[in-house]
Design a protein around this ligand. Sequence first.
Ligand SMILES: [Zn+2]
Length: 295
Amino acid sequence: MATAGSKPNVHRAELTPTGVAQIYLERLGVRLEGQSVAGVETWLRVPEWSLAIDVGRSPEPIARCKHLALTHAHMDHAGGLAQYLSLRQLYAFEPPTVYAPAESCADLQAIVDVWGRLHRRAFDWQLVPMRPGDEVDIGGGRRLRALPADHVVPALGYAVIERPSRRKAQFATTAPDVLRQLAANGVAITEPMERLLLAISGDTLPTVLDRVPELLTAEVTVMETTFLDARRTVADARVGGHTHMDDVLARAASLRPHVFVPYHISQIYTATAARAVFVERLPPELQTRCRPLLP
Ligand SMILES: [Zn+2]
């Protein structure tokens, strides 16, 4: 590989890929960026959290994220892993932490080890096996939780959560000086609450919408919606372990996120055609909350 210079973290503007979807999530004060075309490539990132999700290819912006959560080991989601590690080394960024379905970790490690031998330099990274329900600290007071997914290979979704403390309900109207006195006397006047910031489904059958509450209740949900209309049937979606817009529409009433982000849209739709389908097919209430991950 090329050697890291004495001035790391260089950046040439033309390394920023074109056609990247950028969604500003006002409620969270962060950007969701990425490219996602089913079978071709999927990568997303929230730069403010230094968190990437999937690395189907590894353009330069992904390498800037210290945390990488892999949903599954299909090529269009994980094929850029070694390049991601290589770019971080080139830029002299600190070694990243990669989270992946536990069943896939031995093979992912083996592939990276082979690349390290080819480069005559081992990659410095940490690989964390994840199972549904596992949680890890990703800094900034946030935690990453693995969610179940139903795909044709071992797969996970992820949720990003916060646990800020809030005043207990029984003290909602208590005067500040009384609260101070209570606290001084050792009374616990606050309790932790869970705030579900973002949930992402990964590649999955729509069954997750019936059994993974995080996808229904997160403030922002990023949901696989590979096929959008009759150009491909629900049965076509099932062949690859995927979700069809018909499946989402059947569950629209239970989708409560403030922002709903369909992604992993098939290459049979241009971005313009896909947007037209969302306008045509989504009920108005869901449409106002829908921000598809399209360039
Ligand atoms: Zn897949």
